[in-house]
Design a protein around this ligand. Structure first.
Ligand code: MG
Length: 204
């Protein structure tokens, strides 16, 4: 199982991090040890002073695929949920400055929280018309609408599968909308997909 994460897929988030708008989807991977499931708490690691939440739509891959054409991409996932792409923002700034890879800031243990999956058939309006929201300590801090993605889900799957064979059980994080921010010990995060709570996480 692998976890593939798209970066910089919502223009307003690109602006808040002062990044350049990519011409192709940008992605990175997290190992299976990054997975945080069953609404387990997230423990802030001691190597960072600034962990950010990034609330993202997550797809579950349901069959093997390579060089997938965008028009067939929707048949390669069967369900979606929300996830937190926990990011050590301080280490990420250092990595960027030095032109180094992102693994230490993005792919550490428990950095990929994943909620309860909902079959995609449930979303009759289509996958590019999903609204989601994240509340920190009861207050809405992030809202997302998949129509605002820079690269659509089929474009993402097609692009990733040029480089990596997708397999059943892989996950794709599709990028964060704006509103990312720091977590502190004692925070409670709750994420809602089309109004339904699919993920919660206590920060410890
Ligand atoms: Mg992200």
């Amino acid at each position: 199982m692998k976890i593939i994460c798209i970066g910089q897929n919502y223009l307003e988030h690109i602006a808040e991090l002062n990044s350049a708008v990519p011409e192709q989807p940008v992605f990175f991977c997290k190992p299976d040890t990054a997975l945080l499931i069953k609404n387990r708490p997230f423990f802030i690691p001691d190597f960072t002073q600034e962990v950010h939440y990034e609330t993202e739509l997550v797809l579950r891959i349901c069959k093997v695929g390579k060089n997938i054409e965008a028009r067939f991409a929707d048949t390669y996932y069967d369900a979606c949920t929300l996830g937190f792409d926990f990011t050590a923002r301080d280490l990420q700034r250092d990595c960027r400055k030095a032109g180094l890879p992102w693994e230490i800031c993005k792919s550490f243990d428990n950095s990929a929280a994943i909620g309860n999956f909902i079959p995609k058939e449930k979303f009759r309006q289509g996958m590019q018309d999903l609204h989601f929201e994240m509340r920190k300590n009861g207050e809405t801090v992030q809202t997302g609408h998949t129509a605002r993605m820079l690269f659509s889900i089929p474009e993402i799957i097609s692009h990733i599968s040029k480089f990596f064979t997708l397999r059943t059980g892989d996950y794709i994080f599709t990028g964060t909308p704006p509103g990312v921010g720091k977590v502190s010990i004692g925070d409670r995060l709750e994420a809602f997909l089309e109004g339904e709570e699919v993920l919660r996480c206590a920060i410890k």
